[in-house]
Design a protein around this ligand. Structure first.
Ligand SMILES: [Zn+2]
Length: 474
């Protein structure tokens, strides 16, 4: 009996064939995800985004969580997106390898991986552009551009709504509305491609906190904004309100990578050798627009349409690395891939509620009070369906205000420590303005310590407008 139990367990825990480092085609990609799910049925779920690619290939995601399929309060959600440009393929294979690794280590009772999966919901989309991958692969994989676009010859990383233009215009006009800007978009510059539409729906339906998109062609972690304020095509640093946090996120990946942050490695060479700049000389990170400005990218869309913070990872000079180099690349990226997911556990998180329950769409605004001059971070985030919010921040002191129409705002001061493996918990209980009616004339009501200005948000409109836009097919 004992022997039988042993073999029974061995069968379910250890049978899986070894992961083979190779270029997996679109059928093999879904088979790998299914195999990982079979090996780890209780902590994974495989699902497809709402729409397939132009050529009808489903966009598969594997999710890791101890409650697959469900968001839980206090658990940040993270995503990795690979292969947006079809001929940039390393991210695709790294994400398949990462899925296999997470499952295998979980089953081996690796304490750190178990801890990560029990406290985080992780979504991996290995390929956002399977059609481009197919074209690139069918034509030898070594062309710098062939297969980059989707099957309608559209660059998916230029096809997202340009919300940068809206936030820059609001900045110029002194309008403080600084988040969830999709509803402020009046027209699309170009029709949304099915892959873009599918990813937009995904981004807006899952409360992601942290994200990275994987590319190839250079070796650098690139952070928002990607678009310059002046329209300059190159070399204009375009800081977002969360510049400190984004820099730290990008540096986390770069420093945990084998040599992304190395000042001594050679730069990437493309034909003209004078072009061989080594981003390692600046720590392996760059502001997007300081490198080159682009419009309609996915990275800035995440930040300006939702609560998610996304960076763009350029994983190497070779867009389509040789099969023999894939395992070596995995070893060079493995620690960085894990360290980056852990960054979802930095800053603060909490629940906003009142006497009767959770408050959804509460606005969390933050002032950095670490230095003598307080610096507001002009990018608010909002609470989700369980009243839960996640606010990534660098170490320091902050004044945090939770507000919602119909309630008095409440402010609290918090210290974010260094080396976090769990975000500081900061919960808020709000009082409805009506219950204060009697005392109102005395002016003794709680309010923001520095910012008593009411913020007007028509949040109820947000999903309605976003869905209307996505439903437009022309
Ligand atoms: Zn790319």
């Amino acid at each position: 009996m004992a022997m039988y139990a042993f073999f029974y367990c061995a069968f379910f825990l250890g049978v899986s064939s070894e992961f083979v480092w190779k270029h997996h085609n679109n059928e093999e990609l879904s088979a790998i995800l299914e195999e990982v799910h079979e090996n780890c049925p209780n902590i994974t779920r495989v699902y497809a985004l709402t729409e397939p690619s132009v050529r009808n290939v489903p966009l598969y995601v594997i999710e890791f969580s101890d409650t697959p399929g469900f968001h839980q309060p206090y658990k940040p959600e993270v995503k990795y997106v690979g292969n947006i440009h079809g001929n940039e393929v390393l991210g695709r294979e790294l994400l398949l390898g990462l899925a296999y690794y997470l499952c295998e280590e979980y089953n081996k009772h690796d304490r750190r991986i178990r801890n990560l999966i029990h406290n985080t919901r992780i979504h991996l989309l290995p390929s956002m552009n399977p059609d481009g991958w197919q074209l690139s692969t069918d034509t030898g994989g070594q062309d710098f551009l062939l297969g980059r676009n989707n099957n309608h010859s559209v660059d998916l990383n230029r096809n997202f709504p340009d919300l940068d233009a809206i936030t820059f215009e609001f900045e110029r006009q002194g309008i403080s509305h600084n988040n969830h800007l999709l509803k402020d978009l009046t027209r699309l510059a170009a029709p949304l491609e099915p892959e873009t539409r599918a990813v937009m729906r995904w981004i807006m339906s899952v409360p992601f906190v942290l994200s990275a998109a994987m590319h190839g062609g250079d070796l650098v972690a690139n952070y928002p904004y990607d678009e310059s304020r002046s329209g300059a095509p190159v070399s204009e640093y375009s800081a977002s309100p969360d510049d400190d946090t984004f820099r730290e996120l990008a540096m986390t990946y770069a420093e945990a990578h084998a040599d992304m942050a190395s000042a001594n490695r050679p730069g990437c060479r493309f034909g003209d050798e004078s072009n061989a700049y080594n981003f390692g000389k600046q720590g392996g990170v760059t502001n997007g627009a300081a490198w080159y400005s682009l419009r309609g990218g996915m990275q800035d869309f995440n930040y300006l349409a939702t609560n998610a913070f996304e960076v763009t990872l350029e994983l190497g000079c070779q867009k389509y690395p040789y099969e023999k180099d894939l395992e070596k690349e995995w070893l060079r990226n493995k620690d960085a891939l894990l360290a980056y997911i852990w960054k979802a556990h930095t800053g603060i998180k909490g629940i906003v509620k009142d006497d009767s329950g959770f408050i959804q769409n509460a606005v969390i605004s933050v002032v950095n009070i670490t230095d003598s001059v307080p610096r507001p971070i002009r990018h608010d985030i909002t609470s989700g369906i369980y009243g839960d919010y996640y606010r990534l921040l660098t170490p320091g002191h902050y004044e945090v205000t939770a507000s919602h129409p119909g309630y008095f705002p409440v402010s609290r001061v918090v210290t974010v420590p260094t080396h976090q493996t769990s975000a500081r918990i900061l919960n808020f209980k709000l009082e409805p303005t009506t219950s204060w009616f009697d005392d109102y004339t005395f002016g003794v009501y709680p309010h923001g310590l520095r910012d008593g200005q009411p913020r007007i948000y028509k949040r109820s409109l947000y999903h309605k407008v976003a869905n209307a836009m996505l439903d437009k097919t022309h």
